[in-house]
Design a binder for this molecule. Structure first.
Ligand code: 7PJ
Length: 276
């Protein structure tokens, strides 16, 4: 299987590691912004040196309870980082749901649109379809980031069914808009409007999502369900995150989205060497 992205047709014979580059500020001063862009560019270099197959760059925190930055603010954050990232020889994705940010990112040369809203914002499908080869990742989210973790529920407790139906519908909408199936990856959206039990159920039944006919991308890195399983705070979830990435691959994931690239790359090399 392959995933067509703008400059690269990605071979999915072995699992790929997508390294996370967050450009979300803790300072709003100008000095803060320049320092932040510098740090994010250096982080891109580091993740590529560590073996990242894809860089995922986002300026829109979708953590539960996060405030949504406006378009101009998001662009100010990600623009300098994207400009640098596209020079590094690996495919670059932009983690955004905003069609204006998508269009600008495409103009800067990004290869993949990674959208936690699965191209549902007005104009987003059209932006993706207008580019002949850009790859897209369509993710399932129930509710809105601000409130999605307040007692999420699924009819008949069928989280896998709900996720599969949503992803099938968004895949079909993308294809109908002119985005070829070979350009589409799908993601069940671990932690996006889901309890720990829902996330575990999705992991156990993940293989059923392969019937959707697209590569699966999974993001477990440092997420709160790993805190529930281990009792550890977010800063101590490295081993848990690596284990979750391996589990996702065993269950059919083609791409894992991670913060800790070096450790995940090593784990997958050993996995690949020992299990064939
Ligand atoms: C995901 C994402 C994910 C995809 C974030 C975090 C929250 N994009 N963006 N899948 N998560 N495709 O990293 O904790 O799971 S932001």
């Amino acid at each position: 299987m392959t995933w067509q992205t703008r400059r690269f047709r990605l071979d999915l014979a072995r699992p790929l590691v997508m390294g996370i580059v967050n450009v979300t500020p803790d300072s709003f001063s100008d000095g803060g912004r320049f320092a932040q862009a510098d740090a994010a560019r250096a982080h891109c270099d580091r993740l590529v040196a560590e073996g990242a197959d894809i860089l995922d760059i986002g300026g829109e925190s979708t953590r539960p309870g996060a405030r949504l930055p406006d378009t101009a603010e998001q662009l100010d954050r990600v623009r300098p980082v994207l400009r640098h990232a596209v020079t590094l020889g690996v495919p670059v994705s932009v983690d955004t749901a905003d069609p204006v940010v998508m269009r600008e990112a495409l103009a800067l040369g990004v290869d993949i649109l990674n959208d936690v809203r699965a191209l549902q914002a007005p104009g987003a499908l059209e932006v993706a379809a207008a580019d002949p080869a850009v790859g897209v990742c369509l993710m399932h989210m129930q509710g809105e980031p601000g409130t999605m973790q307040a007692a999420p529920r699924y009819p008949d407790d069928d989280v896998l069914g709900a996720v599969a139906r949503f992803l099938a519908a968004r895949r079909d909408a993308a294809e109908a808009a002119g985005i070829a199936r070979e350009r589409i990856a799908l993601d069940p959206g671990i932690g996006f409007g889901k309890t720990p039990a829902h996330n575990v159920e999705l992991a156990r039944r993940q293989r059923e999502l392969l019937a959707l006919g697209c590569p699966l991308l999974l993001g477990w890195s440092r997420k709160s369900t790993l805190g529930v399983l281990t009792g550890r705070p977010v800063g101590e979830r490295l081993a848990a995150s690596v284990a979750a990435a391996l589990a996702a691959v065993r269950q059919g994931a083609a791409i894992v989205r991670v913060h800790d690239v070096a450790e995940t790359v090593d784990a997958l090399k050993v996995w690949h060497g020992l299990v064939q």
